[in-house]
Design a protein around this ligand. Structure first.
Ligand code: ADP
Length: 259
């Protein structure tokens, strides 16, 4: 197929999937995947049918975050059945190949893997498919944003200036491909002392809210840097489901309502 046909295919809807939302960040390590997982679970708690596509090809985190292991079964032809965890349908490159294998893939292989995980998976009927994007806002992310028919994007940033500059690039990137920015989430917004509960604004406070206003995009909420989030995430026990009445679950539910 020529470039036009390829572009048309890229933009074609995924049957059964109503809305596809990307979770992106200007750089790695800001908590994009943690946010994507908890946002997906919060949307689920709001009663929606939700899937997660782990498009972070070079560092898939969904298998660990959602405590999922195993190989997806083939349903028919080339179509794979997604794994299920905490009521979410999940597909990750981490289920399909060894991590070292995907690490050395070049752009076209990455793109075909994304298309396959998007279109050759039996997603069934979904209200929302949350896509955990690879970190960064370079050409690779731009191509990927174009390859997936996105309804909108959520950008995760920490309050530091550098992360915010990257978030700004993220907003510009999605605008370039005409994907609405649903808003900015400030992660690691402030520090909650695990022993005394005191709050410290280590990176300053309000940076992302300010930046969102400046960019004219919604500010979706702030998530503190908290030991509980780190421990639960790394153990595959995301706070939204394992501490359902806690303050973090409430924050993610608020973010989900605003999205
Ligand atoms: P990214 O997807 O941006 O690379 P991750 O979601 O993998 O980032 O998070 C990086 C690390 O930071 C993980 O160990 C995760 O548990 C931790 N982390 C993320 N958000 C928080 C938070 N709000 N509080 C504490 N730890 C966090």
């Amino acid at each position: 197929p020529g470039p036009r046909a390829a572009a048309a295919q890229a933009k074609a809807a995924v049957p059964g999937v109503k809305h596809i939302i990307a979770v992106a960040s200007g750089k790695g390590g800001v908590g994009k995947s943690t946010t994507a997982a908890n946002l997906a679970l919060a949307l689920r708690r709001l009663g929606l049918a939700v899937g997660v596509l782990d498009a972070d090809i070079y560092g898939p985190s969904m298998p660990k975050l959602l405590a999922l292991k195993g190989k997806p079964q083939i349903v028919s032809g080339r179509t794979l059945r997604p794994l299920e965890g905490y009521g979410l349908k999940v597909m990750s490159i981490g289920f399909l190949v060894e991590e070292e294998a995907a690490m050395i893939w070049r752009g076209p292989m990455v793109m075909s893997a994304i298309q396959q995980m998007l279109r050759e998976v039996d997603w069934g009927e979904l209200d929302v498919l949350v896509v955990d994007m690879p970190p960064g806002t370079g050409d690779a992310q731009l191509t990927m944003a174009q390859a997936v028919p996105l309804a909108g994007a959520v950008i995760v940033s920490t309050p530091q200036d550098l992360a915010l500059i990257d978030a700004r690039r993220g907003v510009a990137m999605f605008r370039k491909v005409e994907v609405p920015v649903l808003g900015l989430v400030e992660n690691m917004s402030y520090f909650l002392c695990p022993s005394c509960g005191t709050r410290s604004d280590i990176f300053g406070h309000g940076g992302a809210r300010h930046e969102a206003e400046r960019l004219g995009v919604p500010f979706l909420g702030e998530v503190p840097l908290d030991m509980e989030i780190r421990e639960k995430s790394d153990a595959g026990l995301p706070v939204v489901v394992t501490v359902p009445d806690g303050p973090h679950a409430a924050t993610y539910l608020d973010i989900a309502r605003r999205v």
